[in-house]
Design a protein around this ligand. Sequence first.
Ligand SMILES: Cc1cc2nc3c(=O)[nH]c(=O)nc-3n(C[C@H](O)[C@H](O)[C@H](O)COP(=O)(O)OP(=O)(O)OC[C@H]3O[C@@H](n4cnc5c(N)ncnc54)[C@H](O)[C@@H]3O)c2cc1C
Ligand SMILES: NC(=O)c1ccc[n+]([C@@H]2O[C@H](COP(=O)([O-])OP(=O)(O)OC[C@H]3O[C@@H](n4cnc5c(N)ncnc54)[C@H](O)[C@@H]3O)[C@@H](O)[C@H]2O)c1
Length: 442
Amino acid sequence: MKTVIIGSNHAGIAAANTLLDNYPGNEVVLIDRNTNLSYLGCGTALWVGRQIDGYEGLFYTNKEDFIKKGAKIFLQSSVTNIDFDGKVVHFEDEAGNPTTESYDKLVLATGSKPIVPNIPGKDLDGIHFLKLFQEGQAVDHAMSSEGVNTVAVIGAGYIGVEIAEAAKRRGKNVLLFDAMPTSLASYYDPEFTERMDANLEKHGIELHFGELATEYKGDTRVTQLVTDKGSYDVDMVINAIGFTANSDLGREHLDTFRNGAYLVDSHQKTSDDSVYAVGDSATIYSNALEATTYIALATNAVRSGIVAGHNIGGTVLDGIGVQGSNGISIFGYNMVSTGLSVAAAAKNNIDVDYTDYEDLQKPGFIKENGAVKIRIVYEKSSRRIVGAQLASTEDISANIHMFSLAIQEHVTIDKLKLLDIFFLPHFNQPYNYITMAALKAK
Ligand SMILES: Cc1cc2nc3c(=O)[nH]c(=O)nc-3n(C[C@H](O)[C@H](O)[C@H](O)COP(=O)(O)OP(=O)(O)OC[C@H]3O[C@@H](n4cnc5c(N)ncnc54)[C@H](O)[C@@H]3O)c2cc1C
Ligand SMILES: NC(=O)c1ccc[n+]([C@@H]2O[C@H](COP(=O)([O-])OP(=O)(O)OC[C@H]3O[C@@H](n4cnc5c(N)ncnc54)[C@H](O)[C@@H]3O)[C@@H](O)[C@H]2O)c1
């Protein structure tokens, strides 16, 4: 069996490693247009903000690792089209020569692309995106340039908020814009985002929410940002208004979701029996929504790659869906969420209630101790948990995994009330906030 994988970042790598490590004898070919593979974009802000020494540790594998395992790998090789009937992939190799690879099974792991604000001046110099390693390098380089003092970040989602922090750490004046009235509006309810907004402001970031960029101005280089509410002199712009699926190669042939992502089943198989799609290029099943959706996260990319790899290798393995669990840590303030916020539930016509609680992480006699705010969201009719959010200066990240499992397994809010949660003053309280929030549920 010969499998060709287009795209060798997180999803393609997971599919390739699953096949190579578990199903010897399978022929695996990886093709990617980039110079590198396995770049952890999540580290870009840490590196640009000088919280880590450099970018070198942000790659977890390389071309040689795959060659050692017996795979064929082409980098700097762009796939131009796919003959789905003849099962042949056409690409230009590193030297620019037209080349082909036939396949028995094809894995599309072409990921996502940043959404480009479609406004005048969008192609001026000094306007950046933050998807690829090379784009991170360009942003890092620009921030070191003389005369770059004011940075406008468009989009206060995960990338925007993280790079705003990094730019501030580099001593820049930072203006953060979003169409929504708060930061992180797709992940958290306002009672949580207002804390992040206060945190950003406290650290000197100028917030412009509910404000839309309408034009980038300058001769060749951006010097001014115009919005529906004003205009601002800027030296650099970073666009971070979300990703869309990169399904350019198969959109005409395969069934797609409303944003163009390849529609896949629980084996990651597309509408073509020989073709699988994984990671940011594909849809995913949400256990909170109980529906197919699109969530661009590295964690989903890895899991979907593993599922595709096993199914191609011959082990039937159903994906179990996701909750879109995510987290962020900005100037020491941590927020994690999973499933649906109250706002996201309303948007999806799911009638929910929620229960909030706030308390110290540990008993009052422990000195190093921060307050934790928790919200658990549950469906009114079934009482199943559909979401949770936590915010604190404490490391509350591990809590969210339990809520992720609860959503996956359709656990009700009532089941949580008397759940056995251990107590040790070094870590938590006997009347802990999870129990207390659950007990408070209507
Ligand atoms: C700055 C930043 C921070 C992030 N932080 C986090 C985080 O903290 N946690 C988290 O879970 N997720 C995070 N993400 C999201 C995560 O990086 C993506 O969800 C993940 O990269 C998706 O992996 P993928 O392999 O599906 O797609 P991609 O990473 O998009 O990779 C697709 C690959 O396909 C190749 N390709 C595309 N078209 C072709 C073609 N025609 N021919 C050849 N090759 C092609 C590309 O070169 C690329 O290597 C972050 C993303 C960014 C940009
Ligand atoms: N910590 C993490 O887990 C992490 C970090 C970075 C990126 N990621 C993932 O990578 C993907 C891309 O991240 P992202 O930050 O680009 O997307 P995002 O969806 O997190 O945020 C996009 C933001 O842009 C805003 N927006 C949309 N259109 C706009 C417009 N025209 N003008 C102003 N604002 C606008 C939205 O309201 C939203 O707040 C997401 O799936 C994200 O979850 C995750």
